[in-house]
Write a protein that binds this ligand. Structure first.
Ligand code: FES
Length: 402
């Protein structure tokens, strides 16, 4: 079955790497002392949370697919202006059905807003010099689209604008596409005077990211009987990538592997030594992508006698169609039943876990206090990149993030 999906240290809860900032949590929901996003207070620092987004309602599915299929950063097709719309049209009903099966829409906007609000509340406390901070969501293929968010940021008049990729692992197809969308917006306009731009483009090996995934894994290990718990095979499952992009030199596979090793080492420090494997999901089309595919790996491991499994969405920070449908329904329910899995669990995405909010806060705080506007790796192109947009976009960011 190939998926038909779319495309240290010990940190205590609420403590930011020795800063001693204590978060305010109540049963997983944040107590909101102030919410700048709904107030008229002018933000000093805008935190733009960038991601691909997902349809909120099924009537957005066609437009969403159309935008993906015609984005040449995301996917390169022959005669793309014709073939892209044709594929989007053909797949709409099937994808709509999947969204209906997970409740009618993607929760990615909900989670991104919760994360952004919590992050900015914490930043106001730990970085008073750049406060007030205000979160913005900039999606690539569905509202709130990047260009409308950038208009809002301009209207609000923040002095600092931090473009914060919500893909921990950088890929030219995902993070790169979102950054190119910002470049596209400013190609036609001048940057407002006195605004300072900066970029957080990747954070695959941040210790708190490892920490939150380790916590999510521990939650689900407890669901297995004690006598099999140590032998549960942990399958770290990330969105796959066409081998064409890997051959170009896309950093994504290496960054995903770095995240996996961070989690494995974190678990080892807690005396958890389960076997593990990195696998890849969500392949589309006939061309070769990164393997082993998650579904094939599940089948093969069951044949090898490994029947207690856990899936970990290592490249997803929010629940969305790839976790709620592909992992939960297609793999953990349908496939597991078909091939005779004994028990399979899926670790939750980081969502609003307090350690994840710590991670986001620590990443942005370090970024704001060190004053590094743009990492050198961002301007490094894939060795076999032939996309002139990458060159133009990276050159532009280098110029404006000084
Ligand atoms: Fe990676 Fe252009 S495809 S920099």
């Amino acid at each position: 079955m190939k998926s038909s999906n779319l495309f240290c240290r010990t940190f205590k809860h609420g403590e930011i790497c020795g800063l001693g900032s204590v978060g305010k949590y109540l049963d997983g929901f944040f107590q909101v002392p102030r919410t700048l996003s709904t107030s008229s207070e002018k933000p000093k620092t805008a935190i733009v949370m960038m991601n691909m987004g997902g349809p909120q309602k099924t009537d957005q599915v066609h437009d969403y697919l159309l935008k993906i299929m015609t984005d040449r950063d995301m996917i390169q097709l022959p005669m793309q202006s014709r073939l892209g719309p044709w594929i989007a049209q053909r797949r709409t009903e099937e994808v709509k059905k999947k969204y209906e099966e997970i409740g009618g829409g993607s929760p990615i906007l909900k989670w991104t807003k919760i994360q952004g609000e919590a992050l900015c509340q914490r930043l106001d406390k730990v970085c008073p010099e750049t406060a007030p901070h205000k979160p913005y969501t900039a999606f690539r293929y569905v509202d709130p689209m990047t260009h409308t968010t950038l208009e809002e940021v301009e209207r609000d008049g923040a002095e600092n604008v931090v473009f914060f990729s919500q893909y921990p692992q950088y890929s030219c197809a995902t993070s790169g596409s979102s950054f190119n969308a910002i470049f596209d917006y400013y190609k036609k306009r001048s940057i407002p005077p006195n605004v300072k731009f900066s970029v957080i483009d990747r954070w695959a090996s941040h210790p708190l990211l490892a920490s939150v995934f380790a916590e999510r894994i521990k939650e689900k290990l407890l669901k297995f009987p004690e006598d099999v718990r140590n032998d549960v095979l942990i399958l770290y499952s990330a969105h796959s990538l066409p081998l064409k992009a890997v051959r170009r030199g896309d950093n994504y596979p290496a960054e995903v592997a770095a995240s996996v090793h961070g989690v494995v080492n974190n678990l080892k420090l807690q005396n958890i030594h389960n076997p593990y494997q990195l696998v890849w999901q969500s392949k589309v089309g006939p061309l070769p992508w990164l393997e082993p595919y998650t579904d094939d790996a599940i089948k093969a491991y069951v044949r090898l006698g490994r029947k207690n499994l856990m899936l970990v969405p290592i490249a997803f920070v929010n629940e969305h169609i790839e976790t709620l449908h592909e992992m939960d329904i297609e793999y953990c329910h349908d496939l597991a039943k078909e091939v005779g899995v004994q028990q399979i669990e899926r670790a939750s995405a980081p969502n609003d876990h307090p350690i994840f909010i710590d991670a986001l806060t620590e990443i942005v705080k370090t970024h704001l206090t060190t004053g590094l506007k743009l990492g050198n790796q961002f301007t490094n192109r894939c060795p076999h990149c032939v996309n002139n947009r990458c060159h133009q976009s990276k050159t532009w960011f280098k110029k404006v993030c000084q």
